[in-house]
Design a protein around this ligand. Structure first.
Ligand code: FAD
Length: 552
C-alpha cells in the first residue's frame, strides 16, 4: 500500500509516523513544499524574543532522521499541485528544478494546513508573516538590519499576533498593534479582554483597535484612522484560512466555512482521500456545527486518527472544543468552548458565572488572582464554555474545565470534583469547585444574578445598586449612583431597601452573596452583580474602548 501525505508538519507528520508504527510494510511518502518538516511552528515567536535561544531547537526532525527511524520518504521543496482522483495520482513539482511528475497513491492524506490572508496592499516596507522557519528568519534579518529599537507594526491581535508582540517587545522593538476588532482575541469575553488590553499598554505597546492597514508605504503604513505609522517591519498576523485549494480543484467537497469537509474518520468526499489539521472543518463540540479550529493539538490528533483509519482501526474523531491558551506579558489567557457572546449569538439560553478567585490559598504567599467566566446551558446545566485570564494556575483550571466539558459534566457538579490541594497549589475550595457552587446556587434559584452590562438598564428602570464592600473600598471607586451599605451593617438598614428592586455587589461577588442571602431571608429579593465590582469595572472600561471606536 502506498500512502502519500501532503504537508509535513503537525498533522501530516503525525499521520506518517503513526502509520509506520502500525504498518511496517506500507510505503509512506510525505511531500512538503517548504524546506523543513516537523518544525515547531508554535515556538517561532519565542525564538524572535530570544526565549528559545537556538534556532535548531525548533527543528524537531529532518528528512534523514525520519528516513532512519521510520523509513518515511520525505520530499521537501516539493509542491503538490493537482490530484487525478480517477488515476489515484498526485501531481507534484520539484521546486528546485521545476520538474513535474505524478505520484500514484492508494490512500492520500491532505494535511496542507492553513493559508495566509491575501497580501496587504501597497509596499515599500518589508511585510512578513510568522508561520514558517523561513518567515522567522526573514523577520530576524529585517530586525537585525534595522536600527536598535526600530518600530514594528503588528497587524492582527489573535494568538500569533499577541505572541509576536510580546517577543518583539522583549527584543526591544517599539511595537504598535492594530486590529480590526474591538478587543484583542476576538473569541475573548469583552470584560475579560480588558486585562489583555491593559497588559499590552502597561508594556508599552500602542494598541489600535478597530483599525486596519489601508496601505503599506515606504517606511511604514497608512492606517484606516488616517495616521501614517513609522515601521521598519510590518508583521502580518491577520489570521488564516484553510488551505483547501488542492482539494477543491480536485472536486472534493468543502464545508460551509471553506475547509475540506470530512467525516468522523477523516475521509473526504472521496474515500481514498483523507484530510486533517487546519485544512479541514471540525465539528463544534457544543452544537456539532462546522467549525474552523486551527490548533496544534487537533492537528496532531487528526493525523494520528487518519493513520488509524488507513490501518483499519476504528476511528470516531471527537468534536472540537477549541481549547487554547496564550501568554500576553504577565497575563495568561485561556479558553475552551463557547464564550458568552457566542452563546447569545447562537440564541442558546444560557447562564454566565463570573468569579475572581486566587490561584491558591490566599494566606499562602504568592496567591495570584484570576478572572473566570463560565457559560452554562440554562436548560440542562451543562458547561458550554469557559474563559480565564490571570497569572499562575490558569492553565490547570482551563484544562480541568475542558475535561469536564468533554465528559459532559454539569456546571453544578463541578462542586464535587476532588482536586489536588495543599496551600501552595490550590485551595480546599478550588476555583473550579467555587464555580460549581455559584452555578449550583444559580440553578437552584438560591442566588439570582445580574450581568455587568445589564446594570445600567436596571438602574434606569428604578433599581438601587447597593455596594456591600467597606466604605473605604466604596470611596476608592464605585458604580455611579450606588449606595454604600457594608454587609456587616445590612441587617440594621433593611428598611431602606424594602419594596425596592435591589442589586447588591461587592468586589468579586462573595460578600454580596452573603448580603443577598441576608436580604432574602428578611423578605428583600436582590440580585447579585455577577463578578462584582472587578467585572463591572473591566466591562465598563472595555465597553468605553469599543464605544470610542464607534465614535471615531
Ligand atoms: P501546518 O502545520 O501548517 O502544516 C501544513 C504544511 O503543509 C505546511 O508546512 C505547508 O508548507 C504544507 N503544504 C501546504 N500545501 C502544500 C502543497 N500543495 N504541497 C506541499 N506541501 C504543502 N497551535 C496551538 O495549539 N498552540 C500554539 O501555541 C500555537 N502557536 C502557533 C504559533 C505560530 C507562529 C503558528 C504559525 C501556529 C501556531 N499554532 C498553535 C497553530 C498550529 O501550529 C497549527 O494548528 C498546526 O501546525 C496545524 O497543523 P497542520 O499540519 O494542519 O498544518
Amino acid at each position: 500500500m502506498r500512502v502519500v501525505i501532503v504537508g509535513g508538519v503537525a498533522a501530516g507528520m503525525s499521520a506518517a509516523t503513526r502509520l509506520r508504527r502500525l504498518d511496517e510494510r506500507a510505503e509512506i511518502v510525505v511531500v512538503e513544499r517548504g524546506e523543513h518538516v516537523s518544525f515547531a511552528n508554535c515556538g517561532l515567536p519565542y525564538h524572535l524574543g530570544g526565549v528559545i535561544e537556538h534556532r535548531d531547537a525548533l527543528l524537531l526532525q529532518t528528512p534523514e532522521s525520519l528516513a532512519a527511524r521510520f523509513r518515511i520518504d520525505v520530499r521537501v521543496r516539493t509542491e503538490a499541485v493537482a490530484i487525478d482522483r480517477e488515476a489515484r495520482a498526485l501531481a507534484v513539482v520539484d521546486l528546485a528544478t521545476g520538474e513535474r511528475s505524478w505520484l500514484p497513491y492508494d490512500r492520500l492524506v491532505l494535511a496542507t494546513g492553513a493559508d495566509a490572508m491575501p497580501p496587504l496592499p501597497g509596499g515599500g516596507t518589508p511585510v512578513h508573516q510568522l508561520r514558517t522557519i523561513a518567515d522567522m528568519d526573514a523577520v530576524l534579518a529585517v530586525l537585525e538590519a534595522a536600527p536598535e529599537g526600530a518600530p514594528v507594526l503588528v497587524v492582527g491581535a489573535g494568538f500569533i499576533g499577541l505572541e509576536a508582540v510580546e517577543n518583539l517587545v522583549a527584543r526591544g522593538q517599539r511595537v504598535t498593534l492594530v486590529s480590526r476588532g474591538d478587543r484583542p482575541l476576538s473569541r475573548l469575553d469583552l470584560a475579560l479582554s480588558e486585562a489583555v488590553s491593559d497588559a499590552l499598554e502597561r508594556h508599552g505597546v500602542e494598541l489600535l483597535l478597530g483599525t486596519v492597514v489601508d496601505e503599506v508605504v515606504a517606511g511604514g503604513a497608512r492606517l484606516s484612522d488616517g495616521r501614517t505609522l513609522d515601521a521598519a517591519l510590518v508583521l502580518d498576523a491577520r489570521g488564516v484560512r484553510p488551505a483547501a485549494r488542492l482539494a477543491a480543484d480536485a472536486g472534493l467537497a468543502l464545508g460551509p466555512r471553506g475547509g475540506i469537509a470530512v467525516d468522523a474518520s477523516h475521509a473526504t468526499s472521496d474515500p481514498a482521500i483523507l484530510a486533517v489539521g487546519d485544512a479541514v472543518e471540525q465539528r463544534d463540540a457544543v452544537d456539532g456545527a462546522p467549525a474552523l479550529v486551527a490548533m496544534a493539538g487537533l492537528a496532531n490528533r487528526g493525523g494520528r486518527e487518519a493513520a488509524d483509519a488507513i490501518a483499519g482501526l476504528p476511528v470516531a474523531a471527537a468534536p472540537a472544543l477549541g481549547t487554547a491558551i496564550v501568554q500576553v506579558f504577565d497575563r495568561t489567557v485561556a479558553m475552551t468552548g463557547w464564550s458568552p457572546e457566542h452563546a447569545a449569538a447562537q440564541g442558546r439560553p444560557h447562564r454566565v458565572v463570573r468569579t475572581h478567585p486566587a490561584h491558591h490559598a490566599g494566606y499562602y504567599p504568592g496567591a495570584e488572582q484570576m478572572s473566570i467566566v463560565l457559560v452554562v446551558d440554562e436548560a440542562d446545566d451543562r458547561i458550554l464554555g469557559a474563559q480565564i485570564v490571570g497569572g499562575a494556575g490558569v492553565d490547570r483550571r482551563i484544562d480541568v474545565l475542558a475535561v469536564a466539558m468533554r465528559a459532559g459534566l454539569t456546571a453544578s457538579s463541578l462542586v464535587d470534583l476532588e482536586l489536588a490541594y495543599a496551600p501552595q497549589f490550590g485551595s480546599a475550595k478550588d476555583p473550579v469547585n467555587l464555580l460549581g457552587m455559584v452555578a449550583q446556587n444559580r440553578a437552584s434559584g438560591v442566588a439570582a444574578a445580574i450581568a455587568w452590562h445589564d446594570v445600567e438598564a436596571a438602574v434606569a428602570a428604578g433599581a438601587v445598586v447597593v455596594d456591600v464592600r467597606t466604605e473605604a473600598e466604596h470611596d476608592r471607586g464605585a458604580i455611579p449612583g450606588s449606595t454604600s451599605i457594608p454587609v456587616d451593617a445590612l441587617r440594621e438598614r433593611l428598611d431602606e431597601l424594602r419594596g425596592r428592586e435591589v442589586i447588591v455587589h461587592c468586589q468579586v461577588g462573595q460578600r454580596a452573596h452573603v448580603a443577598q442571602r441576608i436580604l432574602a431571608q428578611h423578605g428583600v429579593a436582590a440580585r447579585n452583580l455577577d463578578g462584582g465590582w472587578l467585572t463591572w469595572r473591566a466591562g465598563d472600561r472595555a465597553r468605553r474602548r469599543a464605544r470610542a471606536l464607534e465614535h471615531a
